[in-house]
Design a protein around this ligand. Structure first.
Ligand code: NAP
Length: 260
């Protein structure tokens, strides 16, 4: 839970030559951990976050063992106070934010007719409200980072194919993920001139814990790999600031390009 960087004592020159830094929510397992690993291999210093401190520390240790500089901050990504503390910890450690990876998310399958509003509210609190809150709070640091780096700064949100095309049973989840797609487009529209842009990565089923409920009718071997999403996330960070990529749909190759 410590960082080698102490931005409060770093000189401006040290900051300018410091490694690029990324903050990954939901970074203790699944897609978030795969993205953290890929960004670390690319040379990024990392802040990773999740609710469970134990698995988060294990993930951080694993990343450090591979040579990464890692700050691990437990936080509930649906809690605005936790998110403010998380961003503050990241900023104090690195004083730059080249990639904000908005990955923490949840989904509960039920037909709209059987979905109580409190279940919709739970989806909104994490998938939309928390995602919006962290994006909004991070924009000043993203802008400042983009000002000093020709690659600009990126927001990378893990939305879902269910946010682009409806899947029966995923109405509440899909609606919040559609909103994340819209949020990324709005960031591109508002912040493009400052070198900050956003990408909504929209995968179909990815073989992680979250998709385990689907194993009965979908072979996990045929699901998208978390490493596929990580590969796309890292490639976005290699683009010049001139290229904005608001949305990427990632289908299962044998899914007929329909649905998740
Ligand atoms: N797997 C799929 O098929 C699929 C497809 C499309 C999109 N996605 C999206 O991809 C993202 C990652 O999913 P995944 O499949 O990698 O899930 P996962 O394997 O279940 O991992 C979820 C990660 O997010 C963290 N997390 C969950 N709730 C959180 C909260 N309230 N605050 C902070 N962290 C939280 C978890 O740690 P803690 O539980 O300890 O907090 C964990 O690190 C989600 O946004 C999901 O909607 C997944």
């Amino acid at each position: 839970m410590t960082s080698k960087t102490d931005a409060s004592t770093a000189s401006p020159t040290a900051r300018a030559t410091s490694p690029r830094a990324a903050l990954v929510t939901g970074g203790s397992r699944g897609i978030g951990l795969a993205i953290a690993e890929a960004l670390a291999a690319e040379g990024f210093a990392l802040t990773i976050s999740a609710r469970g401190a134990g698995p988060l520390d294990e993930a951080a240790d694993r990343l450090r063992a591979a040579g990464a500089q890692v700050l691990a901050v437990p936080a509930d990504a649906s809690d605005p106070d936790d998110l403010a503390a998380l961003l503050d910890a990241h900023e104090r450690a690195y004083d730059r934010l080249d990639a904000l990876v908005l990955n923490a998310g949840m989904g509960f399958a039920s037909p709209i007719a059987d979905t109580p509003l409190r279940r919709l509210d739970t989806h909104i609190a994490l998938n939309l409200r928390g995602t919006f809150a962290l994006t909004s709070a991070a924009i000043p640091l993203l802008r400042r980072t983009a000002e000093a780096d020709p690659r600009g700064a990126r927001v990378i949100a893990i939305a879902s194919l269910a946010g682009l095309m409806a899947e029966p049973g995923l109405g509440a989840y899909g609606a919040t993920k559609a909103a994340v797609v819209s949020l990324c487009e709005a960031v591109c529209a508002e912040e493009g001139a400052s070198g900050v842009s956003a990408t909504a990565l929209c995968p179909g089923y990815v073989d992680t814990d979250m998709a385990a409920w689907k194993h009965g009718d979908l072979d996990p071997q045929r699901m998208i790999r978390a490493s596929d999403i990580a590969e796309l996330a890292v490639s976005i960070t290699r683009l010049s600031r001139n290229a904005a990529v608001p949305v990427i749909a990632v289908h299962r190759a044998d899914g007929g390009l329909r649905g998740a």
